[in-house]
Design a protein around this ligand. Structure first.
Ligand SMILES: Cc1cc2nc3c(=O)[nH]c(=O)nc-3n(C[C@H](O)[C@H](O)[C@H](O)COP(=O)(O)OP(=O)(O)OC[C@H]3O[C@@H](n4cnc5c(N)ncnc54)[C@H](O)[C@@H]3O)c2cc1C
Ligand SMILES: *[C@@H]1O[C@H](CO)[C@@H](O)[C@H](O)[C@H]1NC(C)=O
Ligand SMILES: *[C@@H]1O[C@H](CO)[C@@H](O)[C@H](O)[C@H]1NC(C)=O
Ligand SMILES: *[C@@H]1O[C@H](CO)[C@@H](O)[C@H](O)[C@H]1NC(C)=O
Ligand SMILES: *[C@@H]1O[C@H](CO)[C@@H](O)[C@H](O)[C@H]1NC(C)=O
Ligand SMILES: *[C@@H]1O[C@H](CO)[C@@H](O)[C@H](O)[C@H]1NC(C)=O
Length: 526
């Protein structure tokens, strides 16, 4: 017998506040199917949340009959980070997305897709962000996802009411009118993205440096989440910190306007910036005038420091009721409570299901945590896995066994020289494709398939690792020559996109060989 929090809330409110009644209360209730119905809330309509919604709806109708599925998205539309912020705010208030006007994909679009749903004909191989935004909307329309999506709905908090065996999530949502509604769900799927809470690094002496003005202008230290327009840095001296995709891209853009750009990186940059950028080691400290780097060299006359230092992994609406605790840098697993050390959320089964002992192992799922992954395919593999396990919790081994499996995989990372609590959800050593294949293979085996060779990732997608850098150079050259559109003609199916990438690769390879050019290898950074 299940306590129906929503219905109680609705009936208490109903008589008094009929006109203000939350929408949910007005939907037909599920009285008849009380025992069979399953309710699932998804948080977030970015790549990850949409993949999960589609995957749930793909279940055979006889399985998901009378399931109640709702996706809450706090913003005005779908698309997650790819949906621009119409009025980004200055610090300390966070913008809705780190998206900046000149953001192009760093990965070729044919491999960024949801399987079976290629980009429309004519899409550049490395397009401006707008194409990715529209792609998400198209995906929703094509698969009839709109009826399940509640836009302008912010999930404020979520707590488990029940035991390790049974119960439900009590969720508080602020709706599009600013009213608070409460609802209960059997399963909660979190797809809130991990590029929203800037990881701010503080350097010794920066306060004294910031106090001094240069020619009457305020010096500034700004995280990349607030970066928008490179022309703002015209004639400035800028230090960009961080070797990830954001740092490298921003350094390249700012160097078109600035008087001088330094890129300060811990080890070597994952990718070389383009443009006149001087590489520097880590910042050691600031004096009142200078930025001092780890090798003792200095940068004078600096106006702005841009921090491409990444993001903290937070789940505010689960922290609210202490369903997730924040312990920066912690590496101690507490099986009674999910912990984030700001890089890693643990203990999780395969980066998806919470192994907290407070609720059943299929009660709380995370989609989209992997970093250094191509998101839509990875989100899809995770969603297919999560969907089956939400449909049938018995597909998962007992919690103790799952914890052992997790300990084994952490041990395996240590053997390979990584600290699992530092690596977090990064798919190191190009492991994103193996991870996706493993998820689906495991699922099929548990469902009774005898095929050990199940593959999820298509070979053409996997092969991109070998030539992503050369492909980007080739595409840039085609665009410069004005031939890009011609090459895109007639390219429509996934096979044709895969073939196009191969042809551009071969074309550029020949040219580079002919001109005896040697480039540093480009590796996958998303
Ligand atoms: C600058 C930048 C460039 C990138 N470029 C690439 C690239 O070229 N290729 C690539 O493969 N990947 C790239 N990525 C990675 C990118 O994060 C993924 O591609 C993907 O879009 C992330 O999707 P997501 O659904 O996990 O998260 P998000 O896109 O962040 O979506 C999460 C959604 O959840 C919503 N939400 C959060 N909290 C709540 C709440 N409490 N209530 C309701 N809604 C909530 C948010 O509003 C948001 O819409 C890039 C990332 C960044 C930051
Ligand atoms: C969501 O809010 C925006 C304003 O931010 C508004 O324009 C839009 O109509 C709202 N959409 C819904 C579905 O409430
Ligand atoms: C930038 O510097 C150049 C050369 O000193 C100068 O001509 C130009 O006006 C400056 N631009 C701005 C916006 O200050
Ligand atoms: C946690 O970190 C400490 C200090 O670095 C280390 O000695 C210990 O082995 C780590 N424990 C785990 C479980 O990784
Ligand atoms: C759920 O999975 C278990 C374990 O694989 C299986 O025995 C059972 O038949 C499944 N139940 C349903 C309803 O499919
Ligand atoms: C990832 O794959 C590419 C291509 O196979 C290779 O050059 C690169 O070294 C790999 N990176 C790691 C960390 O294994």
């Amino acid at each position: 017998m299940k306590f129906d929090f929503q219905r109680l809330a609705c009936s208490l409110l109903g008589s008094l506040l009929f006109r203000l009644l939350p929408l949910e209360c007005l939907q037909p209730s599920h009285d008849l199917e009380q025992d069979t119905v399953k309710s699932i809330a998804i948080v977030g309509a970015g790549s990850a949340g949409l993949a999960m919604l589609k995957s749930l709806l793909d279940l055979p109708p006889e399985i998901r009959a009378n399931w109640d599925i709702v996706l809450y998205e706090q913003r005005r539309d779908v698309g997650g980070i790819w949906l621009p912020d119409p009025s980004p705010t200055p610090p300390p208030e966070l913008p809705e997305t780190p998206l900046y006007p000149l953001l192009y994909t760093t990965t070729p679009v044919p491999v960024m897709t949801y399987p079976g749903f290629p980009f429309p004909p004519g899409t550049p191989l490395f397009p401006l962000h707008e194409y990715i935004e529209q792609y998400h909307r198209d995906y929703v329309t094509r698969h009839d996802l709109w009826p399940y999506i509640r836009l302008n709905h912010t999930v404020l908090s979520s707590s488990w009411a029940g035991t390790s065996k049974a119960g439900h999530w009590e969720i508080v949502v602020e709706d599009h009118n600013g009213d608070r509604i409460q609802r209960s769900f059997d399963h909660l799927v979190v797809a809130n993205g991990h590029n929203h809470e800037p990881h701010i690094v503080v350097f010794a002496g920066q306060e004294t440096w910031l106090e001094k003005t240069k020619h009457g202008l305020q010096r500034e230290i700004l995280h990349s989440i607030w970066y928008r327009d490179p022309s703002r840095y015209v004639n400035q001296t800028v230090v960009v910190v961080g070797s990830g995709a954001s740092g490298v891209d921003i350094a390249s853009q700012v160097s078109q306007y600035a008087r001088k750009v330094y890129l300060s990186v811990r080890s070597t940059a994952e990718r070389a910036p383009t443009g006149p950028v001087e590489m520097k080691p880590e910042i050691s400290h600031f004096t009142s005038d200078d930025v001092v780097f780890a090798d003792g060299s200095t940068a004078q006359d600096v106006d702005t420091i841009l921090l491409g230092t990444g993001y903290d992994l937070r789940v505010p609406f689960l922290e609210e009721g202490r369903e997730v605790v924040v312990k920066p840098k912690s590496n101690e697993t507490d099986e009674n409570r999910l912990t984030t050390n700001l890089r890693y959320l643990f203990p999780l089964h395969r980066h998806i299901f919470s192994l907290s002992a407070s609720y059943p192992t299929n009660a709380l799922a995370f989609i989209g945590l992997p970093i250094l992954a191509l998101s839509c395919p990875s989100d899809t593999a995770q969603s297919v896995y999560a969907t089956s396990i939400i449909a049938n919790g018995s597909l998962l081994a007992p919690r103790a066994e799952l914890l052992r499996e997790l300990a084994d995989s952490e041990e395996d990372l240590r053997r390979r020289g990584y600290d699992p609590y530092h690596v977090g959800h990064r798919m190191v050593d190009n492991s994103t494709f193996d991870y996706q294949d493993d998820l689906i293979r495991t699922l099929r085996l548990r469902e009774g398939s005898s095929d050990e060779n199940t593959r999820f990732v298509e070979p053409w997608r996997r092969e991109i690792l070998n030539y992503i850098g050369i492909l980007k150079r080739g595409w840039k050259r085609l665009e410069a020559l004005g031939q890009a559109e011609e090459w895109l003609e007639g390219v429509e199916s996934e096979e044709e996109w895969a073939d196009l990438m191969k042809r551009v690769d071969a074309w550029q390879r020949d040219w580079e060989a002919e001109h005896q050019l040697v480039y540093l290898n480009d590796i996958l950074v998303y």
